[in-house]
Design a protein around this ligand. Structure first.
Ligand code: SF4
Ligand SMILES: [Zn+2]
Length: 134
């Protein structure tokens, strides 16, 4: 069941996202939510080996990892990769910076996006326009 996928766990950052189509092929899709929690969100001091083992047989492990990276998932095993390993990956990709590069404004102004993929100025402009035309 889709509800049993690890990102359906309420505490997961990814819970807000609709599971994408590839989750149909996920090796974990038939797990109960409890089992998925155990495997992919092991309690402190518990082994994550069983979760990783399942991921290693999963045909969509790469998609899964990409999604966790996109969503900046702070916890859990995705694509067989732990949160700590993801942090290291991001750091490596960013040339040593532990935070992901800020998203830039979609208007191409080079500003940093603060809301709805817009910088503060473009966001304010859009809101102003919306109020003006209302
Ligand atoms: S990689 Fe692991 S967590 Fe991700 S979909 Fe596959 S089995 Fe599930
Ligand atoms: Zn802008």
């Amino acid at each position: 069941m889709l509800a049993s996928l690890p990102w359906a766990k309420p505490s997961a950052v990814l819970s807000a996202l609709m599971p994408p189509e590839w989750t149909e092929d996920a090796a974990c899709k038939d797990l109960t939510p409890q089992k998925a929690d155990q495997l992919f969100f092991p309690a402190r001091g518990h082994s994550s080996d069983a979760g990783r083992a399942l991921c290693s047989s999963c045909p969509v492990a790469q998609e899964c990892l990409n999604m966790a990276l996109e969503a900046d998932a702070e916890f859990g095993i995705f694509g067989g990769v732990s949160a700590r390993q993801r942090q290291a990956l991001v750091k490596e990709q960013n040339g040593g910076a532990s935070k992901r590069k800020p998203t830039l404004c979609s208007m191409g102004c080079g500003g940093r996006a603060v809301a709805r993929e817009l910088c503060q100025r473009h966001y304010d402009q859009e809101r102003y326009r919306a109020t003006a035309s209302a």
